[in-house]
Design a protein around this ligand. Structure first.
Ligand code: AKG
Ligand code: FE2
Length: 293
């Protein structure tokens, strides 16, 4: 494994929650990501309280092919289905207005509506090694060939749910790698260029799927807990199959935006001249499900 570069003084830019979306997008276009201070400060403690009993009983590691075991981390706990598992998440985080105003700037470029691609707690246990450096757009490998000029097919809002120091495994990022000319550039990715996205609990790093990053090594004696909220345009398949996880009666209680993000409303692509996706009998899914009655 490559050693992290402790001496690197460069940091991601930080802005306060409430900074206009255009300014947040400007920094993401430039650097690949930005730290939004205090974005979820009001929710993190209650969210952690909802999730603590589940987290403490959860096994680290992933049950699947070896490369996925490596990617997911053998000493990392990953827990999903958060809409179902946390009232705080369901009612206050899924459709967090300020967060979504920043995500809109990326996801609405090529779609009228978008998915929450995944919502996952990532808890890196002490002794975990650094994650393989990657771009999240690699979930959809064909876009790697389009490089920096391709559409934004995945972006992420990664929230610190615990202290988030370099020693605890703060996410490592390479600012500017969103603009490197060739995304098939495995040989160029050099760990010494990474910096740690050090945050306080409640801060979030919002980043483009084009920026190289990975979970840090945890050389401390405390777990590092993050919430990764990923998004993808309505015309791509998300990672989590929400409609199979969220009972319809629970979906009825979500906000319209929450329903849209989890696939209980159709996905439109009118603004670019595309059609309506994720419907039945050509009817908007929300009408089929009688969500607006
Ligand atoms: O845990 C982290 O800091 C980042 C995780 C990540 O990038 C991923 O799983 O795609
Ligand atoms: Fe990632």
């Amino acid at each position: 494994m490559l050693a992290p570069s402790k001496e690197n003084a460069v940091r991601l830019k930080e802005v306060p929650a409430g900074t206009p979306p255009t300014e947040v997008k400007r920094i993401i276009d430039e650097d690949g990501g930005v730290i939004v201070k205090g974005l979820f400060t009001a929710q993190v403690d209650r969210f952690n309280t909802d999730m603590d009993p589940i987290m403490s009983g959860w096994a680290a590691g992933y049950d699947g092919p070896e490369w996925m075991k490596e990617f997911a981390g053998k000493k990392t706990k990953r827990v999903t289905q958060l809409v179902k598992r946390s009232k705080t998440f369901r009612e206050e985080m899924l459709d967090h207005e300020t967060m979504l105003s920043y995500i809109d700037t990326m996801m609405l470029e090529t779609s009228d509506a978008y998915w929450m691609n995944a919502a996952q707690i990532i808890e890196i246990q002490p002794g975990e090694k650094q994650q393989f450096l990657h771009r999240d757009l690699e979930n959809y490998p064909v876009f790697r060939n389009l490089g920096p000029s391709g559409p934004e097919v995945m972006c992420n809002c990664l929230v610190a749910l615990s202290d988030y120091t370099e020693e605890m495994g703060a996410t490592r990022v390479i600012p500017g790698s969103n603009k490197w000319p060739d995304f098939n550039d495995r040989d160029r990715i050099d760990n010494t260029e990474t910096i740690a996205a050090v945050m306080e609990k409640g801060d979030a790093v919002i980043y483009s799927g084009k920026m190289v990053h990975g979970g840090g090594a945890n050389v401390s004696d405390r777990p590092r807990r993050a919430l990764a909220l990923a998004f993808c345009p309505g015309w791509l398949v998300p990672e989590e199959a929400y409609p199979f996880a969220i009972p319809l009666e629970m979906a009825r209680t979500l906000s319209k935006r929450g329903q849209q993000l989890t696939g209980f409303r159709s996905m439109h692509n009118q603004k670019m001249g595309g059609g309506t996706l994720w419907s039945l009998d050509y009817v908007e899914l929300a009408n089929v499900l009688n969500l607006d009655d």
